[in-house]
Design a protein around this ligand. Sequence first.
Ligand code: NAP
Length: 318
Amino acid sequence: MPGKVLVTREIPEAGLRILEPFDVTVMHERPPERGELLDAVRGASGVLSTATETMDGEAMDAAGEGLRVIANMAVGYDNVDVAAATERGVVVTNTPGVLDETTADVAFMLLLAAARRLGEGERLLRAGSWEWWGPKQLMGRDVWGKQLGIVGFGRIGQSVARRARGFGMQILYHNRSRKEEAEQELGARYLELDELLETADFVSIHTPLTDETSHLIGAAELAKMKPEAVLVNTSRGPVVDEAALGDALAEDRIFAAGLDVYEEEPTVHPKLLELENVVLAPHIGSASVETRDRMAVLAAENLAAVLRGEQPENPVDE
Ligand code: NAP
């Protein structure tokens, strides 16, 4: 079978096995430098990329006219210029659905950890500074029975809502379209964004990163949140204005935050690194053995389908 395939990072074996019929080059564990990527992609018919590679028109042109597919091993595809791909007749695919529960687990983990001050407590203990149990020590905020506001009520947002139901939480949501079936199933109430921010005790962000959602949560939105509220972001870093969040947390204008994603990964805004009331995870939303296997397999199957002239399972259409 013809086709040179570039895999931009080391991915689970299960995905590579599917690509065995092709002439595969696997780059390395670390993200490639831009120049390395542009060199390595030359002559590729298919690229299996991840969120750390910018797959824009320049990268597609570096591949050359034989490029037929960019299979992104992620559900988010803000790193791929889909319009540039369409112009060049290149199919773009992603990996929706296989990471919903795993990512929702991380969102709920951050929500609990931020509300109950787990990071702060662990730092205290590991520093050898925990001297006694204290009646007023490390008091957090209850999660159970509170109002959870979900912004972006798609696959992952709804998976978070299902977890929250188990904690007796009431579900509020904001989304660009109403989700009436999910409203019924989860007892969720639709609110405009401003009203959600004013009402919710917890706000969890699950939109994709697009021109409309960039800095969706900025200083003005943070100012609407309750002082006892907790913000969780597992979507993409630029959806939240990190500097504005740092200010709100430093001035105790909101209670805490839990973050998995950052505006300039792997850099984290220095203000956030100094604060006790923010839990910081290194973009591990989908990072379980089982889910990364599923993502690698799905991305590889999508890529192989296009090179075989078949319809891939997950084309991205904009
Ligand atoms: P999804 O099913 O497409 O859900 C996204 C939801 O956001 C949709 O319901 C969509 O509304 C809504 N939305 C889009 N633009 C909006 C806007 N401007 N205002 C309000 N709502 C808007 O996607 P998903 O699978 O849940 O994934 C969501 C995102 O999570 C991904 O794009 C990715 O960036 C991120 N993610 C991060 C990790 C991680 O490791 N931290 C892992 C997986 C995913 P419509 O229904 O009207 O389109």
